[in-house]
Design a protein around this ligand. Sequence first.
Ligand SMILES: [Zn+2]
Length: 1023
Amino acid sequence: MHDNSALIRARIRRFVSERITPSLYRISSPLTISAWEVPDEPVPFSEAQGQDFTPFSIGQHWGKPWGTTWFHITGLVPSDWSRFHDLHTRTEVIVDLGFLSGQAGFQAEGLVFTAQGQIVKAVEPFNNYVPLIAQPGESVDIYIEAASNPDVGSDWGFQPTLMGDKATAGIEPIYRLRRMDVALLDIQVWKLDRDVWTLFGLMEQLSPDLPRTAEILRALEKMTDHMDPEDVSGTASRGRALLAPLLAQPAYASAHRVIAVGHAHIDSAWLWPVRETIRKCARTFSNVLHLMDEDPDFIFACSSAQQYSWMKQHYPELFERIRTRALEGRFVPVGGMWVESDTNMPSGESLARQLLAGKAFFMQEFGIEPLEIWLPDSFGYTAAFPQIVTAAGSKYFLTQKISWNETNTMPHHTFSWEGIDGTQVFTHFPPVDTYNSQLSGEELARAQRQYSEKGASNVSLVPFGFGDGGGGPNREMLAAAERTRSLEGSPTVRMASPRAFFEEAEATYANPPVWSGELYLEFHRGTYTSQSRTKSGNRRSEHLLREAELWASTAYFYAGTDYPYERLAAAWQVVLLNQFHDILPGSSIAWVHQVAEAAYETVRIDLEDLIATSVAALASSAQTDATPVSFNASPFPVAGVPALSAAPRIPTGAVRLHQADGGFVLENDVVRASIDARGLLISLVDRVSGREAVPAGQAGNVLQLFRDTPTQWDAWDIDEHYDRNGVELLEAEEVKVLVQSAGLVTVRVTRRFRGSSVQQDLTVLGDQPSLDIVTTVDWHERQKLLKLAFALDVHADRAASEIQFGHIYRPTHVNTSWDAARFETCAHRWVFVGEPGFGIAIANNSTYGHDISRATRVGGGTTTIVRESLLRAPTFPDPDADQGVHTLRTSISLTPDVLGAAAQGYRINLPLRDVVGAAVTPVVVSECPSIVVEAVKLAEDRSGDLIVRLYEASGSRSTGTVSFGFTVSEIVETDLLERTVAPVAVQSRTDAGGQLVLRAFQIITLRVARSAAEGEGSLRHHS
Ligand SMILES: [Zn+2]
């Protein structure tokens, strides 16, 4: 046979686009349209319905950026359409708001209401119909709340745009109404269209030498021959009959098994503000509920308790419909977190609370505990996560983001992921490499082709549905799932829940490979630095929450005050929401970051008030002479004030100041720091050993300014080439002594560069082995990266970086492509480089981005270079990102080990609070320095029990007693959700506490009940 397959393919494509697609609707008829534009922010249906709607017509422009226009659509289903009634048809209203060619969720969308205010479904690209129950001759009366959201991403050219802020986006209409009419869907034609789409898509993936490929091609050709192009409707059944045998051929016995999970990745904020996300959720979820009414097999997984909570608050009727489907097991809560958070930057306690708050919501509302962590899109995954997941009672982990790696390909798709403490969690990366699948032949083939566990396991998960901006699955995707259930040449597709997938995957894969350590994303490395104010808001809020809970708990036990459950929960919810994977990473539009910063400020004010109230109650609780005391919320002593207590500071040693070579030498009993005339740190000496930390001729506290022009994804990415174009900001306008007292000396350095200026206050305190640096930058650069560099005379093959509940070691060399790709990394409060017995900690109060590298000096010796990434200024999606004044704290300390680094990290993030009043003993004392108290709070069940979370911080087995400031009646170990678990760490118990043995990096949560006899009298709390 002559090979004419290319010609046939082209012929079929044209037949579909020119004949079948235009025949999907049998007939249509215009409707009457009127519109009312909301003056500013959205209003509910009840308010919109009574407004003065004015006539509107097809072709008219509508919708300023971020505006809302309500359309009222009325008319009749033509009575003569009854002549089509013997045909297989459905009556629908077709809406085209002026949709752009791009993705659903990144442009205009609408939510459809009945005249009675009930939500029907959404209209958006690829899902633009409204089902009608009206018969011929009956009336149509619907409302559409149309959102004129601008397409901020546009063509992904990453050009600066003013569209990301209502204040700068302008008021010119950006859409033109294209269609709103009533039409009859020809169901046979629609089914034929789906048959062809599936078969053609499959054929394109199959090898041309397979009989199956040719068989599909010839059947499609035959369909084209036998159908009448002028009567597609009348001959669709004939076409389908020719394709039916092809669709009936069962899958190969060895076909890859796909478990298809309906999904809509809805970013809780990104190229739209949170308020729009709430409406996006309503639109997407109403689409899902509508499809569930149509297809009993359809299962939809949705993460983020926050999004359900928004529905409960803003769309209660929709929420009840969701609840019904959730209880049926079809609208499936997954993930168990409050939002799909970033996992690089949130603190250990924050990730614990993501799971605590998220699961508590799902269990309370639905009685369902999700056991799968569902983070398809976050930008890399902390090595602390396996233990956190397990400690929250979860079993499984899912992401696909690591497939975005620029350099290395992850070797596994289904594996055990092992964290820093050795805990393993069963993990799956969908090999389809998307969370927005349409179940196309191409996607299904890719899942099968790429799946790297072949031969050992043969099942993968495919999340399908439009995502990012929402939309979710549509009826075409369900049709694809139906046709690929068992189809020769295709993977088999079964719609099921994530839990069903994980149980099958786990049961059929006895010894999955192990990946140990972080799942570092070799991409989006700028997200540790972009939008510095959002990051400092997160860091500050996390520490204020720690303090607020600690002092409120302490005051509850010692002063009998009420515990502010509601206010703390509300503050946590704000912090948890803003840890969403496009907010904290700094990759959102200006509007999102403005709202986040304002929310952090509200949280700050509220928590400061809570802290002040607790501190005042504690300071006045004892009948003693009022003296100055300091409250220390750190788990380490600071200035002689014990951990978690209030006490007078112990007078510190003196700080001496000398002038030398135009610079200054600042010296206490433990360190001597030399600042030269340029304001650089040219020497830092351990006065006990005499050891110098700065290599001769090099310096610390060096500000470096780099060109920062990533190839794409500006706010997200720092590209490796940044390092080739940088300057050191060595010239100081002024270096002067700012403060000189017995207990501290501060030198101020002022620099100007380009349009910006920097002021640095360098301080040596009497009692710290540190130079503290407060850097205030008035930043007016664009596409620049500002780093603060320290050259260190220390021989380190690896560097420790603080992560959640511990630290991770990363090599300082670049032996492998994996090491080389890790050229910018995330650390929390500190990084540490050291030799046995000597080391240097660089701590910070709001910086996450770091890089740590090494160089060999002429004449021998290695220099370790630690750099903090202080600021960026990407121009997309926020053209003014990071402009203005920023204050960032850093300290460089000499300390022999990571515990010393940890102490510095807490000190710099938790300044002492000075008040006049009584000393306060700690409500909990951990006598072992490496067993660190991370959270002190009252139990969520409001029993008045104390909850204390501790972790082993040194990376070795640690033993020590923990004691409490009251008589203990019971200590139990719990999970992160405060549910009792079998004891593993508490070895013995006394009235005052117990003996703990923790393995390296182990997290434990203790629930401690106070003896009733002691509690009476002072025990008061809400119930
Ligand atoms: Zn996302």
